[in-house]
Structure formats: C-alpha cells, structure tokens
Design a protein around this ligand. Structure first.
Ligand code: SF4
Length: 289
C-alpha cells in the first residue's frame, strides 16, 4: 500500500473532475510541517520508505522545499504530483503573487519522480477536464525542458475520460516528442473526491473503453524508454493510504465506485496523524497491505 500525503488544499487550476479530497476537507486548514515530519520520521523508522506528496498542488505551499528536504533526509523515495507552473516563473494571478518561482534543479534533486498531468494533445481537449486559461501544452513543454536540464525523473499522468477517448494517437505523438519522460501513467476516470463525484457523468467510461484507449496508445507510442502503466479503477482498490489536510489517514473505498457511491463518504479512517496514539496502527496498515 502506498502512502500519499496532501500538503496543500489549493491548486493552480480547479479541475472539473478533480479527484483530490483536499478541496473538501477543512477548507482553510493545512497540516503543519512539524506534524507531517514527526509522523513521517516515525513511519520511516517503522519501515515505510516511499511517499507521494500531493494536494491541491504541493508547490503552492510556502515551505515546500524545506519540507521536502526534511522528508528526503529521513531516507524516503519521494514522488510529487504537480502542475509545475512555478518551475518556469512566479505565478501571479490578477496582480497578486500566488507563488514564487521554484528552482527546478532543487526540485529535481529532492524528488525521485515528478508527476505532471496531461490528458489531451490539444489545449481544447485538456480544457474539458482542466479549465485552463493559458497555453497549457506550451507550459508543460517548458516545464519538462527545465526539468530535463537537471535530469529530473518525470512521470506524465493521464486521466482517461469521455472527453479524450478519441485522442490516444495524437497524445502518444505529443508525449513521444515532449522530452525525456521516464514513465506515463493512465488512470481510468473514477468518481473520486467531491468534484470527481459531482461531475462523474461528464467523464465516466467503461473498462472496455479504457482498454480500447490502452491498445491505441500501445499501437502508436514510439518510445521504448517510457515505462507505461495502465490503471483501471479496479486495480486501485486498497492501493493507497491517504493522509488529508485534517490529518485523517484513510483508505478510499474503491469497491463502492461500481455502486455509484461517493466513496469519500464511505472511507475507512484508520486514524489521525495529529494523534500520536494512532501512529502505530496507521503504519501497520500501510506495511501489512
Ligand atoms: S485534479 Fe489535480 S490539478 Fe486538478 S484541481 Fe485537483 S489537485 Fe489540482
């Protein structure tokens, strides 16, 4: 079972099918770095050595570099999911500084796999899932170029949904030519998180359609170096322990997806990392599953 920690509840974009739970937990609360680090240090001593840092977007967090430095110093292999915008400049929205530029070299040194989403070969297709007001593809190309300069490991994450099913061939061409990509993961859209659940009718596809998309990618990708990973909704059952911004550590009840439940309401909460007494059972659950 993989450990995922939500370190931010804000994002640079707000996707219609957002599968993050951080946008519906206590809205203005994020876990302090001390709480995250105390728990992660303990968890590493208990044998957990991989963690995914997610959000929202982790790079929006003011102290993200210091947080990553500490997590790395404990010996973790770190994956981080981000849109990546601050890697190419300050992020300013309506004249307000949202986030200062982050040094791509620093991030490349600290993070073992940087995950960046692309779900379409054109900005129009991407816009079906992620409401963007800028040239997203150009921005991702620049981000990958910056990260490639420092030999960062990059993983492209693609949500396969109703709006991009016919785009496999063009998407394969785009990713083949985008730069040095180590891994490309495909996720069958699942109605996760508040918005993913609310907007599920716009995005849901059958496993057969997902497999068709997979075959089209396999027939059109021209790059042996990229490791491909296709994740059906059913493959993800009991694969993740999520620590959200209220500190709750829980397992998404993926088996309820087929019954059309919002499984975030039906989740299995193992404990809360702000409560030291819960740490053992949280760590045991991760290591035993
Ligand atoms: S899906 Fe990811 S990028 Fe989109 S709003 Fe949610 S956290 Fe942000």
């Amino acid at each position: 079972m993989h450990l995922n920690v939500f370190v931010s509840n804000a994002c640079f974009i707000y996707c219609k099918g957002c599968y993050s739970y951080s946008r519906e937990e206590k809205p203005n609360c994020i876990l302090s770095s001390n709480k995250i680090l105390d728990f992660l240090k303990y968890a590493h001593d208990k044998g957990i050595n991989k963690v995914t840092i997610c959000g929202g977007d982790p790079l929006i967090r003011n102290d993200i570099i210091e947080l990553l430095e500490s997590i790395k110093s404990y010996g973790y292999s770190i994956s981080l999911d981000t849109i990546g915008t601050p890697l190419i400049g300050d992020v300013i929205v309506n004249g307000k500084m949202i986030c200062k530029k982050i040094d791509p070299q620093k991030l490349a040194t600290l993070v073992d796999m940087i995950g960046i989403p692309i779900d379409g070969s054109t900005n129009e297709i991407i816009n079906k899932f992620r409401p963007i007001s800028y040239n997203y593809i150009k921005s991702v190309k620049l981000i990958c170029k910056e990260l490639n300069k420092f030999n960062a490991h990059i993983c492209i994450n693609t949500v396969v949904h109703k709006g991009n099913l016919k785009d496999a061939k063009e998407l394969a061409t785009l990713i083949t030519n985008i730069g040095n990509i180590d891994k490309w993961q495909f996720f069958q859209f699942a109605p996760l998180g508040k918005f993913g659940f609310l907007n599920r009718k716009m995005f849901e596809i059958s496993t057969e359609k997902f497999n068709e998309f997979r075959d089209n990618i396999l027939n059109n990708i021209d790059n042996d170096r990229i490791k491909l990973n296709f994740k059906k909704s059913t493959n993800r059952i009991k694969s993740y322990m999520l620590i959200d911004n209220s500190g709750n550590a829980w397992i998404p009840a993926f088996e309820n997806i087929k019954n059309q439940y919002d499984e975030s309401r039906n989740r299995l909460i193992i404990g809360n990392i702000t409560n030291h007494d819960d740490w053992d059972k949280i760590c045991e659950y991760v290591t035993n599953n």
